[in-house]
Design a protein around this ligand. Structure first.
Ligand code: GCU
Length: 362
């Protein structure tokens, strides 16, 4: 695996230099549209992007040629966001978790136990009135979000034991995504946060630099984490979407007609990826079980209670996201989740801007 990664980084440097030196067009004069992501070629995200590639190549094939680069071939997510900012590539998929360093509006979806159920999460993400403010908030940074992708629910898994209650995290080094909210969340859970890029996690687990990680089920199979971690505990702490971002100069260069077709294509990515996601999770669970991974369902309440203060902590520092937070609470009321511990339940709470500002002043 380590060797594969080394090889990939060499390929990555090579691919990048090819991009820099080859410019944007092809010999046939078509505009090459490059999309990077960090998942494998069997992952739902890749399948969604390939559907987009086929769609654009079919509808606008005389003018554009879409190329999808999987598996961190163009670098880590952080690198790819920077490449998209500068226009070295046109699109990339980034976890919402790392976008809060580009715009604090993205902090909202990084909050633990934000959604009461998967239904609530999906309805919020599909509501353009809620998301457009966030998706457009990075225009100064040179990119815009064009659609979202499902990345399921994040749960803890370790090399040595099940995490049945927050105290089980004590003394464990757990890899988290590179976002201050995740570091703070782990602090509240009582574990020790080790932020690092996704591509480094396998080796870190294998060499015992970390004791565990947190992610959806596909990380066990697609990324091989289940080779090392056999204890997966459903504590359902976060539902963090992936976001497809596009370079603004490229998006603005499209004519109205071309843009309309690209927009149709973005909808298609979302549709295909989400259909594949449902199947992918089921398959990953079966495959992980065959690898010897065991799944348990933890009692979610104690987890939720220890990290709940993070909501007010973040909202009071960032009142701009309060309106979105309240809109989410409305969806949580409509889609409260099933009883039992397979869905999270949060107390529905309306927070007003003045309330959090007062709280802040105290
Ligand atoms: C998920 C998510 C990725 C992200 C990864 C991570 O796999 O889909 O976008 O990079 O988690 O934990 O970093």
């Amino acid at each position: 695996m380590h060797r594969i990664r080394k090889l990939l980084s060499i390929v990555c440097v090579f691919a990048l230099s090819m991009i820099v030196f080859s410019g944007c067009g092809t010999e046939s004069g078509k505009r090459i549209v490059r999309i990077g992501h960090n998942q494998s070629t069997s992952h739902p995200t890749h399948l969604g992007l390939v559907a987009f590639q086929d769609f654009i190549n079919e509808k606008l094939g005389d003018e554009f040629q879409v190329e999808v680069y999987p598996s961190e071939l163009l670098g880590s997510q952080n690198n790819m966001v920077q490449l998209t900012q500068t226009g070295a590539i046109d699109f990339c998929v980034a976890s919402n978790a790392i976008l809060d360093t580009f715009s604090k509006n993205y902090e909202i979806f990084n909050l633990p136990y934000l959604f009461s159920s998967t239904e609530s999460y999906h309805h919020v993400m599909d509501d353009k009135e809620v998301t457009s403010k966030i998706f457009d908030s990075t225009s100064q940074a040179g990119f815009t979000a064009v659609t979202w992708l499902d990345a399921g629910t994040r749960n803890f898994y370790t090399v040595s034991k099940f995490i049945e209650k927050p105290e089980d995290l004590k003394g464990l080094k757990i890899r988290v995504q590179q976002s201050p909210i995740n570091v703070r969340m782990m602090q509240l859970f009582g574990g020790s946060a080790t932020p690092m890029g996704f591509g480094e996690v396998y080796t870190a687990l294998q060499s015992k630099i970390i004791d565990g990680a947190e992610n959806n089920e596909l990380a066990l199979t697609d990324n091989g984490h289940g080779d090392v971690c056999k204890y997966y505990s459903y504590d359902m702490h976060q539902m963090i979407p992936d976001i497809l971002i596009g370079n603004n100069e490229f998006l603005n260069s499209l004519t109205d007609d071309q843009r309309a077709i690209f927009e149709e294509g973005f909808e298609l990515i979302n549709k295909v990826q989400r259909e594949e996601w449902e199947k992918g999770v089921e398959e990953a669970k079966k495959k992980a079980e065959a690898m010897g991974v065991e799944f348990i369902y933890s009692d979610i309440k104690p987890f939720e209670e220890v990290v709940k203060p993070l909501h007010e902590e973040i909202l009071s520092k960032n009142p701009a996201i309060v309106e979105t937070y309240n809109a989410i609470q409305e969806y949580n009321v409509l889609y409260p989740g099933k009883s039992g511990n397979t869905e999270t339940k949060v107390e529905n709470k309306e927070v007003s801007v003045s309330e959090v500002q007062e709280g802040d002043a105290e």
